[in-house]
Ligand binder design. Structure first.
Ligand SMILES: [Zn+2]
Length: 243
């Protein structure tokens, strides 16, 4: 089975990074059909050398709080949603063998690797998180906690709904100076572009950002899409771990 690793092109040896697809099944313990979710996680994570019992998950709220994860939080949200870390949309860590994850269906996941310490981050950026600039916040907390240099950060994007399909309501009030596309009077958001620009404004180098350009909406046969499937949509997992 193909493993999608958005950091693959950087040839890193000491980090595992991957996102799942529809084929791997629903990874959420709270959304969609959750009956097989634990088994799906176990199968997918073991295929990339991760113990599913160590997984750290968030109660994502489309905010920009980012939590620093160490040993005592290992396994938070691994077996049930209630034990997930609340009010959080991103994790950073410099500890080995603690997989940190976010769950998405249309929202963008952002994987970050910092080679010097080394350290990692995973961020959840829907349009609300993007509006709050969670990407730059991720860079900021890595600088603060790990003294990371932004120009050394390596970044990969997961699949998300993209400008081909992410149509906004007519009355959408935009705080985005760029990244909105007007096609025949309809407004579409380029969420990957906006996050790329936010990362660059935070000091990340353009050539250090990899975007696989996968759309969850028109690629719905391969990915879960909330906009396409609404309440029945499962979630993909985006996970990263130092080893
Ligand atoms: Zn599309």
């Amino acid at each position: 089975m193909k493993i999608h690793n958005p950091l693959e092109k950087f040839g890193l040896k000491n980090v595992v990074a991957a996102f799942s697809t529809r084929r791997n099944g629903n990874m959420s313990l709270s959304y969609g059909d959750t009956r097989d979710s634990l088994e799906n996680r176990k199968k997918f994570l073991s295929s990339i050398g991760i113990d599913y019992l160590s997984l750290v998950c968030a109660k994502q709220v489309h905010g920009k709080n980012i939590e620093y994860i160490t040993e005592e939080k290992k396994g938070s949200g691994a077996l049930n949603y209630d034990s997930s870390i609340s009010d959080t949309d991103g994790f950073i860590s410099d500890k080995k063998n603690i997989p940190i994850a976010i769950l998405t269906a249309d929202c963008l996941s952002i994987f970050i690797y910092e080679p010097a310490r080394p350290a990692i981050a995973i961020l959840h950026a829907g349009w609300r998180g993007t509006e709050k600039n969670i990407a730059a916040e991720g860079v900021r907390v890595m600088r603060e906690r790990f003294a990371s240099k932004p120009d050394e950060l390596l970044v990969g994007f997961g699949p998300s709904i993209r400008s081909c399909c992410f149509e906004l309501d007519k009355d959408f009030k935009s705080n985005f100076p760029f990244g909105l596309v007007n096609r025949e009077g309809r407004i579409f958001m380029d969420i990957a572009l906006i996050n790329r620009e936010q990362l660059k404004a935070g000091g990340v180098k353009e050539e250090n950002i990899f975007d696989p350009e996968l759309c969850t909406f028109c690629g719905n046969k391969d990915f879960f899409s909330f906009r396409k499937e609404a309440g029945s949509a499962g979630r993909m997992i985006s996970v990263i771990m130092l080893r």
